[in-house]
Design a protein around this ligand. Structure first.
Ligand code: CO
Length: 207
């Protein structure tokens, strides 16, 4: 069996298991999706949103890119946020980074990587905003961890300052934005405790 045939065989097996557990699984799901969560995470293959949060298909809307960056001119990410907030009416947007993120690591190095350096520039900006705190950490590993955390917090703030979230809050939507970080080495998510549920929270957090 080729590598790709293995994936298709896995899929058949998975679909059968779902049907064995619930014969209406796919027919119900095909009618609608009503997720309460939007997940903005890293593309890293070790950080799959559904699996690490134990959520089945239909319960989390997902956007992933290198180093979970939210850029105000990225129509891809902004469209996902708009659809999630205005159409799906999710209650929570979770920006989840991870320790050991290759994108963050590359942004810390002076080596050139080509096209991706333009994307990593956004993480270099995070480093520049928090340089004294990050440089104040003892050891390269601690600085790397701190930049991974700061990147999550900055990207969560970027979600909050997007026109979509700003107008949702102005219109009284029940919507919270959270910053989490996952550790590949123990499989656990840490809450960075930067949750924002409205304009007042956001203004305090962005001071
Ligand atoms: Co990553």
């Amino acid at each position: 069996m080729s590598e790709l045939e293995r994936l298709l065989a896995n899929n058949k097996c998975w679909a059968k298991t779902q049907l064995d557990e619930n014969p209406r699984f796919f027919s119900d799901l095909s009618q609608q999706q009503a997720p309460e969560y939007l997940w903005i995470g890293c593309s890293d293959s070790r950080v799959p949103a559904n699996q690490i949060t134990g959520l089945p298909p239909g319960e989390v809307f997902v956007h992933r890119n290198i180093a979970n960056v939210v850029v105000h001119s990225d129509l891809n990410c902004l469209s996902v946020v708009q659809y999630a907030v205005e159409v799906l009416k999710v209650k929570h947007i979770i920006v989840c980074g991870h320790y050991g993120c290759g994108g963050v690591k590359a942004a810390m190095a002076s080596k050139e990587h080509g096209l991706i350096d333009n994307w990593l520039r956004h993480i270099r900006d995070v480093y520049r905003f928090h340089r004294s705190e990050i440089d104040g950490c003892t050891g390269e590993d601690a600085r790397f961890d701190r930049l991974c955390e700061k990147n999550v917090i900055e990207q969560a703030l970027n979600v909050c300052s997007s026109t979509v979230v700003q107008s949702a809050w102005k219109n009284g939507a029940e919507l919270s934005v959270h910053g989490w970080i996952y550790a590949v080495k123990d499989g656990l998510i840490r809450d960075l405790e930067v949750s924002m549920s409205g304009l007042v929270d956001f203004e305090q957090a962005s001071l």
